[in-house]
Write a protein that binds this ligand. Sequence first.
Ligand SMILES: [Zn+2]
Length: 408
Amino acid sequence: MFGIFLYFWRTEIKMKKLLYLTLIVCTILVSAQTFIPAYSTRVNLVSQSNINSGLQDYVSFGVKNTGSTNNTNALNWLKGKYASFGYTTAQVVEDPFSFNTTNSKNLVVTKTGTLYPNIFVLVTAHFDTINGVGANDNGSGTNAILEIARILKDVPTEYSIKFIHFSGEEQGLYGSQHFVNSVVNATVPKMNIRLVFNLDQVGGMAGQTHNTIICEQDMSNNPTTNNAASAVITQELKNCVLLYSTLQTNTTVAPAYSSDYVPFQNNNEIITGFYEGNGDSNPYPHTSNDIIPNMDPVYLFNVTKAALGAVQHFAVASSTLSVAENGNGDQASGWTVYPNPAKDFIEIKTKDSRAKEVSFEMVDLSGKSVLRTQNLTKINVSGLPTGVYMGKLNTEGQSSSKKIMITR
Ligand SMILES: [Zn+2]
C-alpha cells in the first residue's frame, strides 16, 4: 500500500513539475507578445493624410538615382521632416559613401533608449529609386518610417532606435553595405544591433485586394548562425501584425533577399523585413510606372500601423501613455477613461467628484451621438462598432473631449 502511495505521490510531483514547466513556457511566450493598449493608441495616430502628402513630396523629386541632384533633394527633404518632428541636428546624421565614381549619403536618425542606450533596433528603408519616381519602391517604406519616427519622437523606448534611410540600394545595396563596413563594424566596440527591420516595397498595387503583408526571414546559408534568431523575431513580427493591424501575414516562410538587410545578415546580424503581399507579381517597381496612382496608399497606411506596433515591441516602448499622449490633457481636464482602448465596458474617473450635473456622451467620427449616460462607473459600450470615438464629459456647463477607441 505504501508502495502504491509512493507511486502516486511521485507521479503527482512529476505532474506538478510538468504543469509548472508548461505554465512557465506559456507565460514566457505570452508575456512577450500580449496586446498593449498604449501601443495600439499610438498605432492609431498613423495618419493616412500624412502618408499621402509624404508620397506626393517623395515623387515630386523625380527619379532619385543614387548620386543625382534629385536624390540629394530627397535627402534634404527627409532632414527637414525630422526637424519638423522635433529631432535635433545631433540626432539626424548624414552618412556619406561612394562607389565607383558615385557619391551619395544615407541618413541615420538616432533615438536613445532609456535602459539599453548602446543596443540598437535598426528600422531601415532605402530612398533612392531607379528608372522611375519610386512611389512604391521605395516611397512606401520611406514614408512608413517617417510616420513611425514622428509618432515615437517623445515615446520612451528601452532600446535605442536608428531610423535609417539608405541610398545606393538599387545599384547593389551600396549604402547599407557601407554602413555595415564603415559604421557598424568600425564603431569601437562594434555597434550592438538587437535586430534590423527593413521595409522595402510595401505599397501594393491599385485595384488589388491587399490583406497580407509578407514577413521575411533570414534563410541564407552564409552564415546560418543567425537564422534561428531571425525566425524568432520574424514570428514576433507576425504576431505584431495581427495584434496591431487588420492585416494577415504569410503562412509559409518567406526568405529575405535583395534588399538592405542582406549586408547585415552577411555580418551575422539578426534581420527581418516587410514586403508587400503580391510583390513578386507587381510589374511597376523599377519602371516609370511606379507612380502613386498605381499603388495602394490605404494598404501602406495599414502596413505602417503594423510596423509601428512591431517597432514598439522590438524597442520595448513605454506601455503607459504620457500625459501629453493621453492628451488632450487628461490631467488638465481632470478626467480619464479606463480602459482605453476598450472592449465592452469603460469607466470614467473624474478628479473632482463633487462636480454636479455630470453626463457623458460618445460621438462617432461622423459626428453622430451614439451613447449618452449619467452613470460613469460602468458604461456598456459592447453595442458600439469597433473604431475611434470622441468621448465628451459635460460638467456644470463645461465640456471636455478625448479620443476613445473600441477594439474587439
Ligand atoms: Zn526597393
